[in-house]
Design a protein. Structure first.
Length: 305
């Protein structure tokens, strides 16, 4: 086995030096709130030509077959129906999430992209198609194509990025920064933002979630739907208690959660999102924020981590 080159500046531990939570300065959210809530809605374009990114139904032979109509249809339901349940739930409660969106969604599902923009949702690039970043031959071109597709809908270049399946190569942060992006959700390493070094300017890593996320929780681990709400409310309670306390973990926290319309947008699960949003809105110590809001706040704090 080849010895790793630990001096390579592209390595994650070189881009983001270790810093213990107890050594970071205490931060304060706007209005003295304790926890920033960052809801992320993921909308994706699954190509019938490729193996499906996720499966609800295993092929009868045990081997993936193309075209995979059954699993493509599972996702398509989310874009035709589930997304609109999400939109209604957030609009009714006056909450504007961040939309993690494949650039090709803007062309394949323009009604979805236009409705999200009209509702004031912030767009975050999520690759052009739902294809792992490692399989992209020309990353900078894919990033530029994604940003251009979003800009055609919103009139502005998005500030953030989430790799499809949180996938990155060692070069991805440099490409994202060179494209002018401000933040990324792939680095799930802390309860508050961090700075990632790149060849141009630092990116801000925002606390996305791989545990308050309906794919691993419901589609992979097969928990009951209620587990999503129970887990999220347990997490916000603990984060708020730490934030308000005088201990070494005190100070503002961020809680992200991620949902997909083909999973949480179905009739037997949409109620869990509504219950979660209502429970969070009932708290007086949380601040609902979009990715750009979090970046602006964090930069103003002067924290160098």
């Amino acid at each position: 086995m080849t010895e790793p080159d630990f001096s390579d500046p592209r390595r994650p531990e070189r881009r983001l030096a270790y810093r213990a939570a107890i050594d970071r300065p205490r931060l304060v959210l706007p209005g003295g709130k304790h926890v920033a809530i960052w809801p992320v809605v993921n909308v994706e374009h699954w190509l019938i030509d490729n193996p499906m990114p996720r499966q609800i139904l295993v092929a009868p032979t045990g081997a993936p077959l193309l075209p995979d109509l059954a699993n493509w249809g599972w996702h398509e339901y989310g874009m035709r129906v589930g997304f609109w349940r999400f939109l209604a739930a957030f609009v009714a409660r006056g909450i504007r999430p961040t939309l993690s969106i494949n650039g090709s969604v803007c062309e394949a599902y323009p009604h979805v992209a236009q409705a999200a923009h009209a509702a004031g949702w912030e767009f975050m690039g999520h690759g052009f198609h739902q294809v792992p970043t490692h399989r992209i031959t020309d990353e900078p071109a894919m990033i530029a194509r994604t940003l251009a597709a979003i800009r055609a809908v919103t009139g502005a270049t998005p500030r953030g990025w989430l790799g499809p399946g949180l996938t990155e190569t060692l070069d991805t942060p440099d490409h994202l920064a060179a494209a002018g992006l401000d933040y990324v959700g792939d680095w799930v390493v802390d309860d508050r933002p961090c700075r990632i070094a790149t060849a141009t300017h630092p990116l801000i890593a925002l606390p996305y979630s791989v545990e308050l996320n309906d794919i691993p929780l419901l589609a992979i681990q097969h928990h009951r739907a209620d587990e999503f709400v129970d887990r999220a409310l347990t997490q916000v309670a603990r984060l708020a208690a730490e934030a308000a306390g005088d201990g070494p973990l005190g100070g503002a926290k961020v809680m992200g959660f991620a949902i997909h319309p083909y999973i949480t947008g179905v009739p037997h699960r949409i109620g869990l999102l509504e219950r979660l949003l209502d429970a969070l809105r009932a708290r007086d110590d949380v601040w609902f924020a979009q990715g750009g809001d979090l970046v602006d706040w964090y930069r103003e704090t002067g924290d160098e981590a």
